[in-house]
Design a protein around this ligand. Structure first.
Ligand SMILES: [Zn+2]
Length: 202
């Protein structure tokens, strides 16, 4: 399930969003929905959405190089409650929640802001939660960690406002390397679900 390359910058990533083109398409969509795109409340909507899409789909253009912040001897590092917002690729509706990232460093330690950026790189695009979870774990592995455990807890608007209207949240988990060992995993899970500081060293 890992992506094909070990290099940091896939060449398939787009560099910019053509906002003019997006705005034109949104205007067309408004007409198809039975709206008048020239009425006061809607006249700026296509441009607003184009601006917004550039932001919320910015993950395609993000290079989340995990710069090494400092080196330290430690078994596992846990960053809890990283807020994420993503867009379900089946319905183009938001899903959002928290991601917990744990990793077993091999001499390298990443700052929390870098982990937040890593989460944004993969959440700010069309996604499914399972893949989001795996991609974050896989990128940590590519950055040379000994083990990675990523848990995502997400609420999906496509489940809440349409279809079955299920209000439950979804939890997905991905583990790699040393985190595949049961004892290690249980240890880290206890840290994540034990109310403590945001970052816990073991
Ligand atoms: Zn959906």
């Amino acid at each position: 399930m890992t992506t094909a390359t070990t290099t940091t910058k896939p060449s398939t990533e787009k560099t910019t969003v053509n906002k003019k083109k997006v705005a034109k398409l949104i205007r067309q969509l408004l007409i198809e929905l039975g709206e008048n795109p020239d009425r006061e409340g809607l006249v700026s909507t296509p441009n607003r959405i184009a601006d917004m899409y550039e932001e919320i789909f910015g993950g395609y253009r993000m290079d989340a190089e995990l710069d090494v912040s400092f080196s330290e001897e430690t078994d596992a590092i846990v960053a809890k409650d990283i807020q994420f917002y993503s867009m379900c690729e089946h319905h183009m509706l938001p899903f959002y929640g928290k991601i917990h990232v744990a990793y077993a460093p091999s001499g390298k330690v990443f700052g929390v802001s870098k982990l937040v950026r890593l989460v944004e790189k993969y959440s700010r695009r069309l996604q499914i939660q399972e893949r989001l979870t795996k991609q974050i774990a896989d990128e940590l592995v590519r950055m040379g960690v000994k083990g990675a455990l990523v848990i995502a807890e997400g609420e999906h608007l496509c489940m809440k406002m349409r279809g079955v209207r299920n209000n439950s949240s979804i939890t997905t988990i991905a583990h790699r390397g040393t985190m595949e060992q049961k004892e290690m995993r249980e240890h880290v899970l206890a840290l994540i679900y034990n109310p403590k500081s945001e970052m816990t060293r073991v």
